[in-house]
Design a protein. Sequence first.
Length: 362
Amino acid sequence: MRLGISLGYWSSGLDPDILAVAKEADRLGYTVCWVAESYGADAPTLLSWIAAHTERIDIGSAIFQIPARTPASTAMTSATLDALSGGRFRLGLGVSGPQVSEGWYGVRFAKPLVRTREYVEIVRKVLARERLEYAGDHWTLPLPEGPGKPLKLNMYPVRESIPLYVAAIGPRNLEQAGEIADGVLMVFPSAEHMEETTLSPLRAGREKVGKTLGGFDVCATLPIAVGEDVDALADLFRPFTALYVGGMGSKKQNFYNDLARRMGYEKEAAEIQDRFLAGDKRGAAAAVPRDLVDATTLLGPVERIADRIRAFAESGVTTLSLTTSGHTLDERLATLRAGVKALELADLPLTAPVTGTDIASR
């Protein structure tokens, strides 16, 4: 089991302490620091900032949004970040959602699986320094009947292969992630439902290309909060769960709502979404079952968190990426230290960082 830290979306006014959190995670031996982007701060700039102030910890995009950049641009950014960090970059990709893709970037959300596959293929070609020629449904390079010519990356990446992850939730995109990626990025994971919701489709994808799950990084992101009152801690995360299950995407297309239904919360997921979309965010949060929050977070005393970490390890998760809670920097740093302590209590040593081609070559 490896521990990572997820810094989420950054706002300079709301979270000025992410660099201190990243530096402490680096000191403690966390293996990767993930940064997200939506329609605010961009991830590459933050990752370069963090890389400049850390020494060992990998930096990862969770995620670079596919509609935000051309695949060649993402490959250039990835090669640059990997060089600047001394070979510590991990590329996480995702299609975002229909509201952001079409409302912010002006990119149609249609056929996300095909777009993801083509995007990954082009990124890999660029990073391998092949001359860029591609004919797909979404990209044709060079453009026909124009002055463009096949080019190749005019810098030499520091590694032959940068670990590539895909954010996936549904069965079809999980299967494709197993087929085309080196790891998967998950949110709202449940150890008790890991096989049917995640590992089974991932395994099917790996088998398509003659591989197993051995060496494939199953990376699950979980909020963590330490304390004695588990019910009170669960209440802290009900609004967060309601936002995703009820408010991410649209009534017809919400991947997180679908996931909650597959986990057995069909009635509750419908109520959460109905309330949230009607503007009753408080009611949506109140409708979130305590068991759903508990299954998808790490809550309670360190000993209880250790038991949950052990359950995730036994379920097939290989990296737990923690989102720290706390109102102050000291509280967040204490939570980081508690994560390491819980891993020790679970009798799961904090393994050395997996970097370079270690993931991709397995």
